[in-house]
Design a protein around this ligand. Structure first.
Ligand code: GDP
Ligand code: MG
Length: 250
């Protein structure tokens, strides 16, 4: 009886965590978008070779959610598995004023698609995101080119979302854009009525801890897997008062 109640509670709140990877060519605006999302501010300069993962506590459709955001650095020496095997949501960013960044975005969509087919069992969502639309007069990639590319990599079961934005947009718009693929994935998972394999893999841990303490949130189970990779987590408070947990540098 209690077990089934707990299962229902878990099912109704899961997933409580989302891993979101921002990927794309250098200078496409990944860090600018991450900083805007996390701190509401747009800064002119960002460290270009520092890869970080951040955490922001969110409430989406009245559901509490921890969003882990990996601001990646595009480099040939780094293994793409660090985000391919980690992310629930891939945000593939290109600069609408750079044709080259659009080509890199296509390579990344290809990389995600082949990873999907060969290795990945966990469901995920991808969004192709054209950035810097405030620089309209320098535009090299049309909106319809972006839409077509997203369609090309969409399957019947998994549609690649498409959006355009600017990191200079108001904060609410940046947040709404990044929440789109998260909401879609939550809906997909709810429709399939199954928690993500991330949660399945922790079933034995859930059982063990339940026996000890009665109940444990799935958030902690999922996070315990994540934190294995982290070095001395530091808690920061930004000006807006939202919680920012900086996890690790690579
Ligand atoms: N005008 C404008 N500049 C942007 C936008 N996004 C990023 N930038 C600028 O583009 C440059 C590269 O951005 P950055 O976030 O470091 O790119 P990353 O290498 O993908 O992380 C920086 O000078 C940013 O200020 C945007 O939406 N509009
Ligand atoms: Mg960056």
């Amino acid at each position: 009886m209690l077990a089934s109640l707990l299962m229902n509670q878990e099912a109704s709140v899961s997933p409580t965590e989302m891993h979101v990877a921002l990927i794309g060519m250098k200078n496409s605006g990944k860090s600018a978008i991450a900083v805007k999302y996390l701190t509401k501010r747009f800064l002119g300069e960002y460290s270009s070779d520092l890869e970080d993962t951040y955490c922001r506590q969110e409430s989406i459709n009245q559901m509490p959610l921890m969003v882990w955001l990996m601001d990646t650095v595009d480099s040939a020496e780094r293994d793409p598995m660090r985000y391919l095997s980690w992310a629930d949501v891939f945000v593939v960013i290109y600069d609408t004023t750079s044709r080259l960044s659009f080509q890199v975005a296509e390579q990344l969509l290809q990389q995600i698609a082949s990873h999907e087919h060969s290795l990945c069992t966990r469901d995920h969502k991808t969004m192709l995101l054209g950035n810097k639309i405030d620089l309209e007069r320098y535009r090299q990639v049309s909106e319809s080119d972006g839409e077509k590319l997203a369609k090309k990599y969409s399957t019947k079961e998994n549609i690649v979302l498409f959006a355009e934005m600017s990191a200079t947009d108001i904060h609410a718009r940046v947040v709404a854009t990044l929440h789109k693929p998260i909401i879609e994935l939550i809906t997909d998972r709810a429709n399939r009525r199954s928690p993500s394999p991330r949660l399945y893999s922790s079933d034995s841990e859930v059982q063990a801890r339940r026996q000890k303490s009665g109940f444990m949130s799935l958030k902690n189970v999922a996070r315990s897997g994540t934190l294995r990779r982290s070095k001395s987590p530091k808690q920061l408070k930004n000006k807006t008062g939202s919680k920012l947990l900086k996890l690790f540098h690579t």
